[in-house]
Ligand binder design. Structure first.
Ligand code: DOR
Ligand code: ZN
Length: 343
């Protein structure tokens, strides 16, 4: 296969950050994606409709000239979120709320302690048709980091999905066979996003031969048997799985650090890397549904009508991306050769 044309895809999970960073991150995503679900973990977080709409306007202002790219906005849930916040957000056009267990990841300190206290909020989301996006990891210090997703399923996810059958839940950036099988084994109200890094890499790619900070993200890469299960389920083409890059930019010096930040900045290579995965799996026929159909169908949004074309052509991911203010970032797969290129 020398080229593939698919319905224009969307990115159902990413981090744009804010202000000056938008001039870098928004064009990088708008080069191929029509829409993106924008994570709300800014400092301070996006906790209400007003903040979400102001953030949306800043993102729109950073689009390349003529771009129709559409940011889809989310709220950051806290223990102070009220049902009225949900209704106001829905009216303003917010499509989903993100649940971070407090301390789970970057800028999640203000997030949710005691998930059960949020049940009235979930009820309102179910009524209003606002999706619940979950970072599915427990944060208790006694739970091993490699077990945190599985323990979250057992302690919270299974109960939420059962208690709110009308609430659409996205299990974000799944990393384990347990999560994939949980999603497959439950009803139509649960689906999951999968990142390029969790399909391409496992924890050896993080730790063997030296610590590789640019492969460090959360949830952390798992053992290869989990990676294999994620690859299997996308190759099988279940409609419950779709594209969400979790592209998460951090300055180079904050990743290459004694206490390095979690996140892979994949916007410049993500669609090409997913193409590589589906080709490796002999499942190119399942690529379009994963990238461009399952996501909008689950969200209840129209599929895009345009197309993109990828061609079989080698190119190298740049070693560095430099922002206008001189800040350097190392993109995901920096310096490596990819076989698919956006035409
Ligand atoms: O690796 C990650 N980076 N995982 C997350 O959940 C958050 C993200 C970030 O904001 O940098
Ligand atoms: Zn994320």
């Amino acid at each position: 296969m020398q080229s593939i044309t698919l319905r224009q895809p969307d990115d159902w999970h990413l981090h744009f950050r804010d202000n000056d960073m938008l001039a870098e991150t928004v064009p990088a995503t708008a080069r191929c994606f029509a829409r993106a679900i924008v994570m709300p973990n800014l400092v301070p977080p996006v906790t209400n409709a007003e903040l979400a709409m102001a953030y949306k306007a800043r993102i729109e202002a950073a689009r390349p000239a003529g771009s129709q790219f559409e940011p889809l906005m989310t709220l950051y849930l806290t223990n102070q979120t009220t049902p009225a916040d949900i209704t106001a957000a829905k009216a303003a056009g917010v499509v989903a709320c993100k649940l971070y267990p407090a301390g789970a990841t970057t800028n999640s300190d203000a997030a949710v302690k005691g998930i059960n206290a949020l049940y009235p909020v979930f009820e309102q989301m179910e009524k209003d048709g606002v999706l619940l996006l979950i970072h599915g990891e427990v944060t208790e210090s006694h739970v091993d980091i490699f077990d945190r997703e599985k323990v979250f399923i057992d302690q919270y996810m299974a109960k939420i999905v059962k208690d709110f059958p009308g609430l659409k839940v996205v299990f974000e950036h799944i990393t384990t066979a347990d999560a994939a099988d949980f999603v497959l084994g439950n009803g139509d109200n649960i689906a999951a996003t999968i990142t390029p890094q969790h399909l391409l890499l496992n924890r050896n790619d993080l730790l063997v031969g030296g610590v590789r900070p640019h492969n460090y993200c959360l949830p952390v890469l798992k053992r290869n048997t989990h990676q294999q299960r994620l690859r299997e389920v996308v190759a099988q083409g279940s409609t419950k799985f779709f594209l969400g890059t979790d592209s998460a930019p951090h300055a180079k010096h904050r990743k290459e650090n004694a206490c390095g930040c979690a996140g892979c900045y994949s916007a410049w290579s993500a669609i090409e890397l997913y193409a590589e995965v589906f080709e490796q799996l002999g499942a190119m026929d399942k690529f379009e549904a994963f990238a461009s159909e399952n996501g909008p169908d689950f969200y209840g949004l129209p599929r895009n009508t345009g197309t993109i074309t990828l061609v079989k052509e080698s190119w190298q991911v740049p070693d560095l991306v430099t922002l206008a203010d001189g800040t350097e970032m190392v993109p995901f797969f920096a310096g490596q050769t990819l076989n698919w290129k956006l035409a």
